[in-house]
Design a protein around this ligand. Sequence first.
Ligand code: CU
Length: 414
Amino acid sequence: MKLLVILVIALAIIAIVQLSKVYEFTRALRKSKEEEISPADNKLQANLMLVWMFVFFIGTIWLYIRYGHYLPEPASEHGKDVDWLMSLNLWMITVMFFIMNSMLFIVSWKFYYRKDRKARFFAHDNRLEMIWTLIPGITMAFIIVFGLITWNKITGPASADAITVELYSKQFDWTARYPGDNGEFGASSYNLISSDNALGIITKDKIASKIEEIDAEIEKVKASLEENKKLATMPESYVETLQDKIYRLERHKQRILDLGESKLPSGKSNWETGGDDRIAKGEIHLPVGKEIEFIFRSQDVIHSAYMPHFRAQMNTVPGLPTRFKMTPTITTKEMREKLGDDEFNYVLLCNKICGAAHFNMQIDVVVESPEDYEAWLKKQKTFIAQETAPAASPATADTTATPAAGAPIAAATN
Ligand SMILES: [Cu+2]
């Protein structure tokens, strides 16, 4: 099949070359010069310009109608502003598109070359310069000012009663964290990230076990140093390397100890409030009509949290928490009714190609009444419950209800 296509293309090229040779030959017979194009040819080209303009315009309008509405109505407060801005921009571009292209094609059609006509030439025109500087300038200023107003609505400080949700990205899934019953987020640090503490939440236990781990490592290096010192052939540089390693481990240990010492803005210790934070995976719930402040963190590479129906997107950057706020306005149930689709779900998906399983980095977002939301949140595992539960069946652990921190472990794993 491929060969056939190549053959057809090759034959077509040969045919065109042959045809142009025939054309040149007949021209030679007619004794006209090669660069001489007849007035009839010029007229034909001019008319074709006009025909092409209409084909081009009709095609563009068709694309607008066919692909112009790819998302349902915005389901967040600022979403309406984003859509308004988007439409404003699109309208400006569209109007400009038709004006510019009409000018290009109509001028080519109207002023095609005729022997008896001469073009007017001028090198400079202040009025024209003014027009094509001022109009784009004012338009750009308009777009930027309105864009900034909307941007500030999304990224400005959240109100005091806003619900904070942390979205944590790593290759290749999302973890959501909600403040626990004390209403306050526990602090976290990349220093404490481990297989059973993906979010690096600071608790006393986590600090202690990390210190233990580092101490053991220091002992190991010290022992190796002592042993090597006994050897006469030991190069000086190797001793230095080991000493440097010990120094680095001590420094790391101090950093972990500092984590336990520092305080949250509320005056509580760093490790005090994280234990009751609630962890949700596979799905997040949001209450309708309440302001939500999202905080994004990333463990490995840059991901991008994209919630198209809320017109919200933010990069998640390792080492640099990012944020935005939004207020959902339409519940999942209402949206399903609007769309006539019982299967519809809002989604949170990764919009940055972040690796092999990037396509799979998608979870559902459920918007519901504040009461339903509270009930759902109560069912989510607290960090403490999660860490004391055996890591046996993560699949069922995600959906089963668990009591608050401090409850018997058996109950937490049911
Ligand atoms: Cu990703």
